[in-house]
Design a protein around this ligand. Structure first.
Ligand SMILES: [Zn+2]
Ligand SMILES: [Zn+2]
Length: 548
């Protein structure tokens, strides 16, 4: 493969990857507007992993805009693809995952083999199943503040935008076969690079359905036969008919290069699956069949979700709509700003680590923490691309502390504690305080979702009813003194709780229970040492001493 077609050379060792991509695009002297594309087929659920197709391109688009270029970002929903099997899970427009059995799935079953845009929306809210999917993707981009033009592949066909290139491929079908046969075994003399939609049953036919081609009339004749879809067969109806070049679709291996031509694509990121398959064949088709220059490519690695691959069918997915209940949009963007070619995990369990990293980049950008040259340069380069507006007065409450505040319902009390603990400066503007406190609701949702140590109701306002013996009371006082003097870290404090109980001859189980009573008015709770270490100290001391 020609070095310029190698999608893997965008290492992040030197500078920001989006700058490297922009350099490669500008090296080709592209016409403006520079077009950046992404796209997927609307099967399953449009989840966070799919957003690579948009957010990766966003960074490149922004870098080009910084350099004064006119840039257009487009996203194709490859919605003329046929539905090949029933999805097990769907997502409603709120981004919540729904079982197939909970929607009007009948229409889906009857429409296997039909294009997504010809299938009724099982939720009944959009024009079609394909449109429902596109709506979710468009909304995901909007929620992340990314301006992207949604392009329906069906519309491209219906409007004739792919008609010329389809005619060209049919006219040069021998050449098309010759090139593609290097990549796909099924390409034989019956292969025609066009799949008409049967006017009788509505199915997208296969690449051997066309029986005659009349380019002067702009039509093909076809016979609707069975279509193999994985391990099953979608039956054809046997209809023999005539279709125009707008009433069908190109096979994907030709459709992708045809989209590049029709939309004038200069750059496209794609997942590893394409890197081995349709990218090399697409380059070959573009150059050696169509005579076009393929776009600058970029492969991204798939990321996992809490250690496992995303799986729409298993419901192991999360959508942007849902992630934004836990994270600020700028933190989501931050995740996608990382090197695309390194595998990584999106861990909801450890979302606090991601937020801490983001907060650190922000603090480095504003010169609030000491660091080395590399980290400073990175922050200066990337941070401005993450936020809508650079505002130095912005405040961040550390995510886990926000989770602690989330254990209290009263907004005024949350703010009071945040101020007392030094997370809100005295003279902070009101908007900054309000914005910072919004994180509390997100961290609270995170606690609820992961059922972690912050998923308890902390009894801040009133000392719970309790009845301890003298030894337990002495041990609690002792523990308070230790915390006041030592300011211990979580694990040290956990150890000291055991030691204190032992010293005073208090049963260890009862001593922990006393702690849970004082803080939660319950018999059990999270691992007490690490938890108390994360709470505001004054409150911990008061409570252990049973003063309030
Ligand atoms: Zn809908
Ligand atoms: Zn048919």
């Amino acid at each position: 493969m020609h070095p310029q077609d190698d999608p893997y050379i965008l290492g992040d060792e030197h500078g920001f990857w989006a700058d490297t991509a922009a350099d490669r695009i500008l090296d080709r002297d592209p016409e403006e507007p520079i077009v950046i594309k992404g796209g997927i087929s609307p099967s399953g659920v449009p989840h966070l992993g799919n957003m690579n197709e948009i957010v990766r391109g966003y960074f490149v688009a922004e870098v080009l805009r910084e350099r004064g270029c006119d840039v257009k970002q487009v996203f194709t929903s490859d919605d003329r693809d046929p539905l090949r099997k029933l999805p097990r899970k769907l997502a409603d427009l709120d981004g919540d995952i729904v079982d197939l059995g909970d929607v009007n799935a009948g229409a889906l079953g009857q429409n296997l083999g039909a294009p997504y845009t010809a299938i009724p929306d099982p939720f009944g809210c959009c024009d079609s199943y394909g449109d429902h999917f596109s709506t979710l993707i468009a909304e995901s981009a909007e929620l992340l503040g990314i301006d992207v033009e949604m392009v329906s592949n069906t519309a491209l066909y219906e409007d004739g935008d792919l008609e010329d290139v389809t005619a060209f491929l049919l006219e040069n079908r021998d050449r098309a076969r010759e090139v593609l046969s290097e990549y796909q075994e099924k390409v034989d003399e019956d292969y025609v690079p066009f799949r008409p939609i049967c006017e009788s049953c509505g199915h997208v036919t296969e690449t051997d359905a066309v029986t005659a081609i009349d380019l002067d009339a702009g039509t093909v004749e076809y016979e609707c036969a069975d279509v193999e879809a994985g391990d099953r067969t979608i039956e054809g109806c046997g209809h023999e008919g005539t279709a125009t070049l707008r009433d069908g679709k190109l096979p994907w291996r030709f459709e992708w290069p045809a989209q590049w031509r029709a939309l004038g694509v200069d750059f496209e990121p794609f997942g590893k699956d394409h890197a081995e398959g349709s990218w090399p064949s697409g380059v070959d088709v573009a150059r050696n069949v169509l005579g076009d220059e393929p776009p600058v490519p970029m492969v991204y690695e798939w990321f996992t979700l809490d250690g496992e691959p995303f799986s729409s069918s298993e419901g192991h997915v999360v959508l942007v709509q849902d992630v934004l209940r836990l994270l600020e949009p700028e933190a989501v963007r931050f995740f996608f700003s990382k090197d695309p070619q390194r595998a990584r995990d999106f861990s909801i369990e450890r979302l606090d680590q991601l937020v801490d990293e983001f907060d650190r980049m922000e603090a480095v950008y504003f010169g609030e923490v000491d660091t080395d040259e590399d980290e400073r340069e990175r922050a200066e380069r990337v941070y401005p691309l993450l936020v809508d507006e650079i505002r130095e007065e912005r405040i961040r409450i550390p995510y886990t502390f926000a989770a602690v505040l989330g254990m209290t319902d009263d907004p005024a009390l949350r703010e009071e504690i945040a101020r007392r603990e030094g997370h809100v400066p005295e003279d902070a503007p009101r908007w900054a305080v309000d914005a910072a406190l919004e994180r509390v609701e997100r961290a609270r949702e995170w606690a609820r979702r992961t059922d972690n140590e912050f998923n308890y109701d902390l009894k801040r306002t009133e000392l719970p009813e309790h009845d301890f013996d003298a030894d337990t009371e002495a041990a609690l006082d002792d523990l308070a003194d230790y915390i006041e003097a030592e300011e211990p870290a979580g694990e040290d404090l956990q150890g000291e709780i055991y030691e204190t109980a032992k010293r005073h001859g208090v049963d260890i189980g009862s001593f922990f229970a006393a702690g849970y009573r004082l803080f939660f008015d319950e018999d059990q709770g999270p691992k007490l040492g690490p938890f108390l270490a994360k709470l505001d100290r004054e409150f911990v001391l008061q409570r252990l001493r049973r003063n309030q």
